[in-house]
Design a protein around this ligand. Structure first.
Ligand code: ATR
Length: 259
């Protein structure tokens, strides 16, 4: 998506993917900087490690405790996090969902789940239900939210009634044959107005397929991927990201068809 965006804006830039052993991350960041890179994206497990390796943490990276975007400047490497804002942008765009006042059932309490939980709460959700295979991790996030946002109703476990959004932030559904992240004996899909799965490959996870069959609005994680990338593009180039060009490139490269 970045190379398509550079071409669309006539920028003689290139985006390349490099696999870096975590133990060499410091050297890789320093090396990219001296080679004149404008910046970097980082993914798991480098997002957490990079927090201690950049010269400055911008507010987003400080807040979420993870760096997915680095910008190299004369003052050194600045770390950003564009993931959290991308959740909100994708939910708004793909599901027309406004988080203020909404109730959400969130599955998953790993890195992605924690960021999503804190972002949802900071956007003003009225109620949040957290479910995770390892309940203590959901409890820890609930505790963090209770101390930072005392007015939000947060609980662990499945809700009795309906929710505006069911959000999957677990990795279940990535691999063929994965079990569903949702225990349908505890929560029926028709209790959710909309279902968002952060997974974008496969395009329709078993959870999303079941949700569509139950009449829920559904969307996969492609919008999150797009928006975190668009924000990074704007940080590096200082130009508005050509969103539709980037979306088209993503769909073509990931799903092999045109939109
Ligand atoms: P990420 O950075 O993508 O969030 P992660 O921190 O490894 O990755 O978190 C993965 C999430 O998927 C966790 O919520 C994990 O549950 P645990 O906290 O109990 O490990 C969940 N997950 C992964 N495999 C799972 C499985 N087989 N069944 C249920 N949940 C699973």
């Amino acid at each position: 998506m970045h190379n398509a965006a550079f071409a669309a804006l006539d920028l003689d830039w290139r985006y390349v993917a490099c696999e870096v052993d975590p133990k060499h991350l410091r050297a890789a960041i320093a090396g990219a900087q001296v080679m004149g890179f404008a910046g970097l994206n980082l993914t798991v497990p480098h997002k957490l490690l990079a927090v201690d390796l950049v010269d400055t943490l911008e507010a987003s990276a400080k807040k979420w405790g993870a760096v997915n975007t680095i910008q190299f400047t004369e003052r050194g490497a600045i770390g950003f996090n564009t993931d959290a804002d991308a959740i909100v942008a994708a939910l708004r765009e793909d599901l027309r969902l406004e988080l203020r006042g909404a109730t959400v059932l969130l599955l998953g309490a790993g890195g992605a789940g924690r960021t999503a939980a804190l972002k949802l709460v900071s956007e003003g959700v009225a109620g949040l239900f957290l479910v995770n295979r390892t309940p203590s991790k959901a409890e820890a996030i609930a505790g963090e939210i209770r101390s930072q946002f005392p007015s939000v109703k947060v609980s662990t476990g499945y809700p009795q009634g309906g929710v505006d959004l069911l959000l999957n932030a677990t990795s279940l559904g990535l691999k063929p044959g994965d079990a569903s992240p949702l225990d349908e004996s505890q929560f029926a899909l028709k209790q959710a107005r909309a279902v968002y799965d952060m997974i974008y490959r496969p395009a329709e996870t078993p959870l999303l397929r079941a949700a569509r069959a139950a009449g829920c609005q559904t969307a996969n994680g492609l919008g999150m991927l797009l928006h975190q990338g668009a924000k990074a593009f704007e940080i590096w180039t200082g130009r508005a990201a050509p969103l539709e060009v980037m979306r088209r490139a993503l769909v073509e490269n990931i799903y092999g068809h045109q939109i």
